[in-house]
Ligand binder design. Structure first.
Ligand SMILES: Nc1nc2c(ncn2[C@@H]2O[C@H](COP(=O)(O)OP(=O)(O)OP(=O)(O)O)[C@@H](O)[C@H]2O)c(=O)[nH]1
Ligand SMILES: [Mg+2]
Length: 269
């Protein structure tokens, strides 16, 4: 992995786009090419968990071809949540002002990056690329996936008293300041639960959250890593956090007891 010795002060205005990969050899190259063309000022960090299909070698070739791309290789499949936490640490060390979370399977459209980054630069601590809002769309998802996503979001919103409309969306921008506020060491969930946990914690911390409509396209290659275990983790964790929230009282949050006010949400953009 390439890492500069000292953070570049100019990096404060820049974004690090974190692309976690596990067996994404068919989609990774086109995602990286499109991201670099849609957000030419940003850098990319690919985090590959020793993909058996050779995705890591493709990532290395992409890094060798363009200095904006670097790769973090991990020893095995350690989960999406820990991949993003590793990416957050790298971004803080290198001095970036923003981190983008993005899938590398083609579901998240690089063309949405300018709007997401603009919302972050306008001051939102968290920008969520949102499917379930006017202007948002899902292409080619079967009915059961829509039901799981809508049902899961409705359940989590209610249990966590959240105002966010797409708690499980994985296409996001976090500001450096927001990442510094999150206690990264205490986040233990991955998959959908990781996305719900971080969004909800940020909302409860009182950061400004912007929701920007996105079009989500079902992957056309590779295989989903969604599993019953990941869905169960999300369900169990949301129930637990909801219980802690109710015990903490009507306005106080178990996740951020010192910050009772929920976030200011910027709605449609
Ligand atoms: N490094 C790393 N990446 C992972 C891991 N699990 C999933 N990913 C990547 O995280 C992104 C999201 O995973 P997906 O399998 O697409 O999950 P999803 O988007 O919820 O499911 P689909 O909609 O079916 O694609 C993809 O780029 C995966 O390759 C992991 O354990 N480690
Ligand atoms: Mg996906």
């Amino acid at each position: 992995m390439q890492t500069p010795d000292t953070p570049d002060p100019l990096a404060r205005d820049c974004a690090l786009i974190v692309l976690p990969t596990y067996n994404e050899r068919e989609s990774l190259e086109s995602v990286v090419v499109d991201v670099l063309s849609c957000a030419p000022e940003a850098d990319i960090l690919i985090i590959d968990d020793a993909s058996p299909d050779g995705t890591g070698r493709i990532a290395d070739a992409l890094a060798a071809a363009d200095a904006r791309v670097t790769v973090l290789h991990r020893s095995g499949k350690l989960g999406l949540g820990t991949a993003y936490i590793a990416g957050f640490h790298v971004a803080l060390e290198r001095g970036y002002g923003y981190v983008v979370e993005m899938d590398s399977d083609g579901s998240h459209q690089p063309a949405a990056l300018p709007a997401l980054l603009a919302a972050a630069r306008e001051g939102a601590g968290l920008v969520i690329g949102t499917r379930w809002m006017p202007g948002g769309e899902i292409v080619n998802w079967p009915r059961y996936r829509r039901l799981i996503s809508r049902g899961g979001t409705a359940f989590a919103r209610r249990a966590l008293r959240s105002q966010l409309r797409d708690l499980t969306s994985g296409f996001r921008v976090l500001s450096r300041e927001t990442i510094e506020l999150l206690e990264l060491g205490s986040i233990d969930s991955e998959g959908y639960a990781f996305q719900v946990e971080t969004a909800w914690r940020i909302e409860r911390l009182g950061c400004t959250v912007a929701e920007v409509p996105i079009t989500f396209v079902e992957r056309t290659s590779g295989r989903s890593k969604m599993s019953v275990r990941i869905m169960r983790e999300a369900f169990v964790n949301v129930l637990r956090w909801g219980r802690e929230l109710r015990r903490a009282g009507p306005t106080r949050s178990a996740a951020s007891p010192g910050n009772p006010e929920p976030a200011a949400i910027k709605r449609a953009r």
